[in-house]
Ligand binder design. Structure first.
Ligand code: GCO
Ligand code: MG
Length: 414
């Protein structure tokens, strides 16, 4: 039996975004696994759960009993769930799958049933503070081979969108555009939902005109609009023919999906903020969403995500796992392995990493012409150079964009 010897969390920020990596060492010299436990808003809380609670719980146990260990880690706190506990468990879970793949000398997707497709298509973000800038960026992505492009005008909620020169002044208050959480921002940032919706419809129509009918367009509302106004907005977007509209409602307002569905035919992707089955089961069973886009480590890793994918398959819902900048290459790899293995894959979000990431995470999955090919290394297929990671200490400063307000000062509730 191969035992778990040591479990540790390592925080690092090579791109200025705090990442949390979990490293699991085993009784076999050199046999280690890694996982992503990134909760960039509260990284040290996750690291503490890993180091103080999960490490002693797991030491000495059989590393092959992934399902049982997942249940043990989850039941062990008695009160369960939430992004802190789930990320800690999710990071360990990915590391255990990584180890299982290395032992079998197989890439993870082959252990999960093998490839259902030859490549995994990705979407990247075309962001800009003017409509021509968004169109130009979208064109560049298409020229580089992308078939799916997500378009945002002036950041989430369009606070930084410039339509007249007078707007340029206020553009310094612009909220970050993805992978934005690390960008500077403060409480003064406000969003005007009516302006955002009008500008976004105009922007998406422009992009559609410029790129033609074949490119798939996506847009992230990022829970920035009062829920009662979403039906009208979604209906206006119907003529653009979006691939999907992302995260219209916060997790506690899923009841509004029925109204949006009734008003519009635009497909809906939801769930980057979900952490528990109670949040996704009813809306999948009622077919109120077309795509599930949970963040793998936020729901507890690969073990629960496989089950979620299978439930979605039964209801005709496709996957679109969350793949932002605040997700390490281990998290992106876990997404992609599942993307290959599940029949109901929809699309994968993957941000474009900076070159420094290759020094810290050798072998990280890279995209060519808008897609990733089947990874061939065993397990997740990504490595980790701890000494490099230590050169980029975490900032431990929560991003400020969650302080965004409406013009009257009301806090936005994402
Ligand atoms: C997306 C996102 C992210 C989130 C971020 C929060 O990629 O669709 O909405 O950019 O804002 O992950 O930390
Ligand atoms: Mg999003």
């Amino acid at each position: 039996m191969i035992r778990i010897e040591r479990v540790r969390a390592i925080m690092t920020a090579p791109e200025g975004i705090d990442l949390v990596i979990v490293k699991v060492e085993t009784s076999v010299d050199g046999l280690v696994g890694h996982g992503c436990a990134t909760f960039t808003q509260r990284p040290s809380a996750v690291a503490d759960v890993v180091d103080r609670y999960l490490a002693p719980l797991l030491a000495g146990r059989d590393c092959s009993r992934i399902e049982d260990l997942w249940r043990l880690m989850t039941a062990n706190s008695y009160w369960r769930g939430g992004p802190v506990l789930n990320n800690a468990i999710g990071g360990v879970d990915m590391a255990l799958w990584d180890i299982a793949g290395k032992r079998a000398d197989m890439p993870l997707y082959r252990m999960l049933g093998g490839a259902c497709r030859d490549r995994v298509d990705l979407y990247r973000h075309a962001d800009g503070s003017t409509i021509p800038a968004v169109v130009e960026r979208a064109r560049e992505l298409v020229r580089a081979g992308h078939r799916y492009v997500r378009c945002q005008f002036g950041g989430y909620g369009s606070a930084g969108a410039m339509t007249r020169s007078a707007d340029a002044e206020s553009s310094t208050d612009s909220p970050p555009i993805a992978p934005g959480p690390a960008a500077p921002d403060d409480d003064r940032v406000t969003i005007n939902p009516a302006r955002y919706m009008a500008l976004t419809v105009e922007m998406l129509q422009e992009v559609r005109r410029a790129l033609g009918p074949e490119v798939e367009l996506l847009h992230d509302i990022h829970e920035r609009v009062p829920v009662g106004e979403l039906s009208r907005f979604a209906r206006k977007l119907d003529e653009v023919g979006l691939f999907f509209l992302e995260d219209p409602v916060p997790p506690d307002q899923s009841g509004w999906l029925r109204a949006i569905r009734a008003a519009s035919v635009t497909p809906i992707a939801l769930g980057e903020l979900f952490t528990t089955p109670e949040q996704w089961l009813p809306i999948i069973q009622e077919r109120l969403i077309d795509f599930i886009r949970v963040h793998l480590s936020d729901i507890g890793g690969i073990t629960p995500a496989r089950k979620l994918a299978a439930i979605c398959e039964a209801y005709g819902v496709r996957t679109a796992w969350h793949g932002p900048g605040d997700c390490s290459p281990f998290g992106h790899a876990a997404n992609v392995h599942l993307d290959f293995a599940v029949p109901n894959f929809g699309i994968q979000e993957m941000y474009e990493p900076r070159p420094v990431m290759r020094d810290v995470f050798p072998g990280m999955l890279e995209a060519t012409e808008g897609a990733v090919l089947p990874p061939d290394g065993p397990g997740l297929g990504v490595d980790f150079v701890e000494e490099e990671a230590r050169k980029y200490p975490p900032k431990l400063e929560p991003p400020k964009w969650t302080r965004t307000r409406l013009p009257d000062g009301t806090l936005i509730w994402p």
